[in-house]
Design a protein around this ligand. Structure first.
Ligand code: NAI
Length: 409
C-alpha cells in the first residue's frame, strides 16, 4: 500500500460512516470514498421504528451529520451507486452504472437485506423496514391506518408494534415461534416480552403464520392465519429477519461462516480487506470464538475500530457487543453474547419490569440483559472484558456495588 492509500468503503450506513470519520480523526491523509446504494447520506437507523415512525422527529434529524461535513473533511460520498461486483486480482469495484473504482484498502459494510415471505404479494400496503425510504413510507401508512399487522415478532415487529400502539392504532402481531423476540433473547425473556406487549394492548398470536393473503384493488385487505382465523388489516409489515449481503465477499473468495464473512480479531478478511457490521463473523478476542451481531451500534463501533487499524497497524478489536431496544416505557440493554452459558442469575424484580439477567459459563459472565436497569449493564462491561469470576450472590443482590467491584477487578 502506498503512502497515501485510497480507502473505499462499500455501504454508507452507521458502520461505513464511522470508518470514514474515524480515519480523518486519526489523521489519515489518503483518499476516502464512501459508497452507498441509497439516495440519502448516512442516517440513524434506530429512529426508523421509533421516533421517526411516531413523527416525533423530522427526517432532517435522522441524518448523522450535516451534508457539507463530508466535503469539508474530504470524504467523497458516492450515493445512489450500487457496487455489483468486486474484482480481487486488480483491486477494483464495478458499479451498476458502469464505472470502476480502484481500492488500496477495502472495507465492506454492506449490512443486510430484509427477508420477504415468498408467498406475500408485493402490494402498496405491504412493507418491510430497513431504509429511510421504507421508514417514511411506513410512517405515512401507519398514520392513516386503523389496524396494523406485523408478521414476525422480532426487533422490527415488536418496536413497530409498540410505536403503533403509542399512536393509538390497533395492532395484530403474528409470530411463527411460540414466543416473541426468541432469536436474540431466549425463552424466558420471550415470555416477558409477550406479557409486556399484551398488557399494552397488542393482539399477539404466537405459533401461527399467514396462510392466505386476501387482496382487492392492489391492496391486501385481510389475511388467513394457519389456525384458520381471518383478520381484516389496513397494512402489513413483514419483519421476519434479514440476510447479510455477502455477494461482494463471495466475488473476492473470502471465507464465509456464521451467516457472514469470517474476519480475524482485527476485523480483517484478507490483506487490506475488512468487514464490519451485520456481515462480519468476528473472531472476538474476549470470547475466543466468532460473533456475528446484527445491531447498529456494533457496526458503528467496529467502523471506528477498523479506522484505527487502517490509519495505524491492524489491532484486535476488543469491544463487547452492545445493543438496546426501546418499547413503550421499557428500555432493554444487552451487553455481550450468551450463545454459550450454563447458568443465569437474576438481579432485581422481573414483575416490576426493572431487573438484569446475567448469563454465565463456568462462573464467567458472558452477557448481561437489563430491563430498565442500564446501570447494571454499564458496570458489568469490565467484568465481562476481564473475565472476572464474581460470586453469584453478589450479582443477584440489587444492592451490591457492581461499580466498585468492576473498579477493583
Ligand atoms: P429478527 O430476527 O429479530 O426477528 C424475526 C422474527 O420473525 C423472529 O421472531 C422469527 O421467529 C419470526 N418469523 C420468521 N419467519 C416467520 C414467518 N413466516 N411468520 C411469522 N414470523 C416469522 O428480525 P427483524 O425483527 O426482522 O429485524 C431485522 C434486523 O434488524 C435484525 O438483525 C435485528 O437485530 C435488527 N434490528 C435491531 C433492532 C435493535 O437492536 N433494537 C431494532 C430493529 C431491528
Amino acid at each position: 500500500v502506498t503512502a497515501k492509500p485510497t480507502v473505499v468503503v462499500v455501504g454508507a450506513g452507521a458502520g461505513g460512516d464511522a470508518v470514514a470519520w474515524g480515519l480523518r480523526k486519526q489523521g489519515f491523509q489518503g483518499s476516502i470514498l464512501l459508497i452507498g446504494a441509497e439516495s440519502e447520506r448516512p442516517y440513524n437507523r434506530p429512529y426508523l421504528s421509533k421516533q421517526l415512525l411516531r413523527q416525533e422527529i423530522t427526517t432532517e434529524k435522522t441524518f448523522l451529520r450535516p451534508a457539507q461535513e463530508y466535503e469539508r473533511r474530504n470524504i467523497q460520498l458516492l450515493l445512489n451507486r450500487r457496487v455489483v461486483r468486486a474484482h480481487g486480482s486488480d483491486r477494483q469495484l464495478e458499479l451498476q452504472s458502469g464505472g470502476r473504482i480502484p481500492w488500496d484498502v477495502l472495507v465492506l459494510a454492506t449490512g443486510s437485506e430484509p427477508r420477504w415471505l415468498p408467498d406475500a404479494p408485493r402490494r402498496a400496503n405491504v412493507f418491510t423496514l430497513r431504509s429511510l425510504h421504507d421508514g417514511l413510507a411506513l410512517q405515512t401508512a401507519v398514520a392513516g391506518a386503523g389496524r396494523v399487522m406485523v408478521v414476525g415478532a422480532g426487533f422490527i415487529g415488536m418496536e413497530v408494534a409498540a410505536s403503533a400502539r403509542q399512536l393509538g392504532k390497533e395492532v395484530l402481531a403474528v409470530e411463527v415461534a411460540p414466543i416473541p423476540m426468541g432469536r436474540a433473547l431466549g425463552e424466558e425473556m420471550g415470555q416477558i416480552y409477550a406479557r409486556l406487549h399484551r398488557s399494552r394492548g397488542v393482539d399477539l398470536r404466537t405459533g401461527v403464520s399467514v396462510s392466505r393473503w386476501i387482496e382487492s384493488d392492489d391492496r391486501v385487505r385481510a389475511v388467513e392465519l394457519s389456525d384458520g382465523t381471518r383478520e381484516e388489516v389496513d397494512l402489513i409489515l413483514i419483519g421476519i429477519g434479514v440476510s447479510p449481503r455477502v455477494a461482494l465477499a463471495e466475488d473476492l473468495g473470502l471465507s464465509l461462516g456464521e451467516g457472514g464473512v469470517r474476519v480475524d480479531e482485527a476485523l480483517r478478511a484478507a490483506p487490506d480487506v475488512f468487514c464490519i457490521g451485520d456481515i462480519a463473523a468476528h473472531q472476538h478476542p474476549v470470547y475466543g470464538r466468532p460473533l456475528r451481531v446484527e445491531h447498529w451500534q456494533v457496526a458503528q463501533r467496529q467502523g471506528t475500530g477498523v479506522a484505527t487499524s487502517v490509519a495505524g497497524q491492524p489491532e484486535p478489536y476488543r469491544e463487547i457487543p452492545w445493543f438496546w431496544s426501546d418499547q413503550y416505557d421499557v428500555n432493554l440493554q444487552y451487553l455481550g453474547n450468551s450463545r454459550d452459558f450454563d447458568e443465569t442469575i437474576t438481579r432485581g424484580n422481573t414483575e416490576a419490569e426493572k431487573f438484569s439477567i446475567f448469563y454465565r459459563k463456568d462462573g464467567v459472565i458472558q452477557a448481561v440483559l437489563s430491563i430498565n436497569d442500564a446501570r447494571t449493564g454499564r458496570f458489568s462491561r469490565d467484568l465481562i472484558s476481564r473475565r472476572t469470576v464474581v460470586d453469584g450472590r453478589i450479582l443477584a443482590d440489587p444492592d451490591s456495588d457492581l461499580k466498585g467491584l468492576a473498579a477493583s477487578a
